[in-house]
Write a protein that binds this ligand. Structure first.
Ligand SMILES: Cc1ncc(COP(=O)(O)O)c(C=O)c1O
Length: 400
């Protein structure tokens, strides 16, 4: 009898985490490595949020809490959805988990049965298909095109929907491409979804606040109120509030679904960390102006990286609306060789030779379900980014 369960055998370790670990190991061994693989802001958690956590410890907020979140945090989340998204939820429609990842995991485990299909636009965040597979469901990746800035087209969505479709997982701004949907682009998709009442929408709005050039963020239930009763709107404090290590994510949606998520959480991790919950209350209710200040830096970095990558021979890099990623195509380099004679036959070979030759860690596009391309996270010091782009230019220029 095998020790490892059939469910676990259906999933793989996160490749983005694996590459970050590899870069860390090389660095520890003394190599000059610039890691552009991590999905987290390089800014510190704001002081007012840290202070709220310290106060929570001093005030004795150190015990078990309600499984799916303290009332104060649920109230802050209800207010956030109203204020920022025009969405009205009751506290009983809100759940809080240990990071957005747990909320997503819980939502899928609570709803996906063997044979259920989950539509996932590609390239996608690495965890979506694996979680679906863990549940016994079938991920249905729908490839997008670079020419469309990696955005799902309504015709492609329509063609992917079958009677077995349970969910569409939607992510704007996107990890890994940074692409974000305008209201008009989103409406074209919600018009399709309105026609298929059996399809639920799981929208991962984790990068909501990280948009540039006056881009207006929108979320499906806001653009199409008819979808409110079958949409789970997921979000969290990890990215915008620079709180990746604190592990607080949340979602709002129909009560029966929220209740099911809570049941699962009650039998697994119980409540998210009590201190981090109080920190998240301050994050959502406190001053928000640092977000614009951080975004100014992110936007400058995006512009720098896009411009420098487009000057590298064989790369094409679209300019995304948000998040802190770019997703250049390396199709123009496939089939070429390094000076040492190694053939770049895949984007994985590109990333591994780039790391070998120039010490720049990026994540190959095939990990996200669409290549040949790679993902760069520009949540890194600007001078390191500039140096990394110079190295990428030199590497691309060296291929024959
Ligand atoms: C698209 C997307 N969704 C969800 C998450 C998970 O966020 P958290 O760190 O809150 O679990 C991430 C983190 O990388 C992400 O990129």
């Amino acid at each position: 009898m095998s020790l490892i369960s059939a469910a676990l055998k259906r999933i793989n370790p996160s490749q983005t985490i694996a590459i970050s670990n590899k870069a860390r190991e090389l660095k520890a061994a003394g190599r000059d490595v610039i890691a552009l693989a991590a999905g987290e802001p390089d800014f510190e958690t704001p002081d007012n949020i840290k202070e709220a956590a310290i106060k929570a410890i001093r005030d004795g907020q150190t015990r078990y809490t309600a499984v799916d979140g303290i009332p104060e945090l649920k109230a802050a989340i209800v207010a956030k959805f109203k204020r920022e998204n025009g969405l009205t939820y009751k506290p009983s429609q809100v759940t809080v988990g240990t990071g957005g990842k747990q909320v997503l995991f819980n939502a899928l485990v609570a709803t996906v049965d063997a044979g259920d299909e989950v539509i996932i636009p590609a390239p996608y965040w690495v965890s979506y298909p694996d979680i679906v597979q863990f549940c016994g469901g079938t991920p249905v990746p729908v490839e997008t095109k670079l020419e469309d800035n990696f955005k799902l087209k309504p015709e492609a969505l329509e063609a992917a929907i079958t009677p077995k479709t349970k969910w569409l997982i939607f992510n704007s701004p996107s990890n890994p491409t940074g692409s974000a949907y305008s209201r008009e682009e989103m409406k074209a998709l919600t018009d399709v979804l309105v026609k298929h009442p059996h399809v639920w929408i799981l929208t991962d709005d984790m990068y909501e606040h990280l948009v540039y050039d006056d881009f207006e963020f929108v979320t499906p239930a806001q653009v199409e109120p008819a979808l409110y009763d079958r949409t789970l709107t997921m979000n969290g404090v990890s990215k915008a509030y620079c709180m990746t290590g604190w592990r607080i994510g949340y979602a709002a949606g129909p009560e029966p679904l929220i209740k099911a998520i809570g049941t699962l959480q009650s039998q697994s991790t119980s409540n998210p960390n009590s201190i981090a919950q109080w920190a998240a209350v301050e994050a959502l209710n406190g001053p928000q102006d640092f977000i614009a200040a951080n975004n100014k830096v992110f936007k400058e970095r995006r512009d720098l990286v896009v411009s420098m990558l487009n000057q590298a021979s064989g790369l094409t890099c679209p300019k995304p609306e948000g998040a802190f990623y770019v997703y250049p195509s390396c199709a123009g380099l496939i089939g070429k060789s390094t000076p040492a004679g190694k053939v770049i036959d895949t984007d994985e070979a590109f990333a591994s030779e780039l790391l070998e030759a120039e010490g720049v860690a990026v994540v190959h596009g095939s990990a996200f379900g669409l290549g040949p391309a790679f993902r760069i996270s520009y949540a890194t010091a600007t001078k390191d980014l500039e140096e990394a782009c110079l190295r990428i230019q030199r590497f691309c220029g060296s291929l024959r």
